[in-house]
Design a protein around this ligand. Sequence first.
Ligand SMILES: NC(=O)c1ccc[n+]([C@@H]2O[C@H](COP(=O)([O-])OP(=O)(O)OC[C@H]3O[C@@H](n4cnc5c(N)ncnc54)[C@H](OP(=O)(O)O)[C@@H]3O)[C@@H](O)[C@H]2O)c1
Length: 512
Amino acid sequence: MDSAVTARLKVCVELTPKPCGVVVFGASGDLAQRKLLPALFSLWARKLIPPSFFVLGCARTAMTTAEFREKVRAAIARRCTARPEECEAFVRRCAYLAGEYFDPAFHATLAKTLAESGAEFGTGGNAVFYLAVPPSLYGALVGRLSAAGLLRQGENGESWRRVVIEKPFGRDLASAAALGREIGRVLAEDQIYRIDHYLGKETVQNVLMLRFANAVFEPLWNRRYVDHVQITVAESIGVEHRAGYFEETGLLRDMFQNHLFMMLSLTAMEPPASFAADNVRNEIVKVLRAVRPFPAEDIRNWIVRGQYAAGEAEGKAAPAYRAEKNVAPDSRIETYVAAKLGIDNWRWKGVPFYLRAGKRLPRRMSEIAIAFKSVPHSIFIPLLPEDLSPNVLVLNVQPEEGVALTIQAKQPGAKLCMGDLTMKFNYRDVFGGEPPEAYERLLLDCMLGDQTLFLREDTIEVAWSLLAPVLDAWSRADEERAGPLYPYRAGTWGPEEADALPGRDGREWRAP
Ligand SMILES: NC(=O)c1ccc[n+]([C@@H]2O[C@H](COP(=O)([O-])OP(=O)(O)OC[C@H]3O[C@@H](n4cnc5c(N)ncnc54)[C@H](OP(=O)(O)O)[C@@H]3O)[C@@H](O)[C@H]2O)c1
């Protein structure tokens, strides 16, 4: 028999949303062009959304609908292969409205256009407003939409209005809470869809399937059998064209507060009562509340930051962060963060969670690795328990989504010939083709009204409160408490000082 992973589809719950229109604010921007428009097209082409559907792009840039449609065609062509007739059928449903978001006349025209498009395409008043604009506009724009009556929903759920907002959700606890209050004044929580696109990735969702749809993993998923957990989000690129944003944000705010904490939550949470949105989201926030706060007086021994110096990327010389365009020559913004976290509950007490993320690391990869404990005793004398590598279960999130389990196995040959064997599947090989883009899944869920994979206000605030002592110590440049900003060579796995986090516990970072 060939050694291969086979998949037999048993259950596939596919739901189709009600007809609706999607209004994309910031339609001229990077996110809309690179991700949102191709994702909407893909949902359309795969018939996952009903034919009664339209897209209305809005932005300040002067552009006619014909010019916008040309951009939509180009955006689709860059991201996916499309049959011309499919592409044209989609493009005919796209229109564009230019205007200033703070001009009441714009909202009056928007209301009229929405009503006309709704009647033309039969969307029954259902609409998603996607705010792909700078975060500083979220509160005010939602306020204007509300004042124009555009967020009003039909009686008894006859029609709905939903708003999608993108990270960052504030830049600290106070600003996140203020944003929450501002949008909460005009929107009910079930109308707000806060996106963390990592939650739309297949492997990230598969954490829940793996844990709660199989009997073999969950009994081992605790302090008795798990030695430690490592979560890595590595990028090989530098700051690229996002220097302006990154100089204001830094890696801790950009990656930890959202992607890494969400991966941690799904890995560590308790089984929810069901896969219903509030049950899952209750467990996510519960486990984050159990994360031990960073000790304010000793931040440096729990979290380490770095900034890339000149080095190499993909075989070519790469500049230092401070030499990148639009970066201050004396910038103290971190491009790498590693942290050790503890979860104070019955399941995880004493199990360290090591998290790291950075730019200009040797390659792009994200994974969650569950490292199990060693066997308690070796019967394979003269091999000692520590000669037998502990099992590791790795959930690969990108670039190749899949799962790998490393076990010890006898190798052919001498009586005692043992080594690591990795059982591995990746989605592309098993299911054929690439898994759907995270944005497709999330946009579809939003249209279906399923908030399971979207962040709730309380989760965001707990995540920020965990980072509050770190942000405070770093903002004071208090190296005694916070530790220095360590340089690391571009193209390496970050500053050596980060090795001390697992090193002090007698462990080391995985070598991916
Ligand atoms: N790009 C990504 O991969 C990514 C990933 C995660 C989260 N996000 C978040 O998604 C949102 C959009 O990201 P993006 O990269 O598409 O941003 P972007 O390209 O910088 O901006 C999007 C659009 O917003 C409009 N805009 C810019 N400044 C404005 C202002 N002061 N007033 C009104 N409109 C303004 C611009 O359109 P006009 O000038 O034509 O109005 C621009 O095309 C941001 O909140 C970002 O943080 C983006």
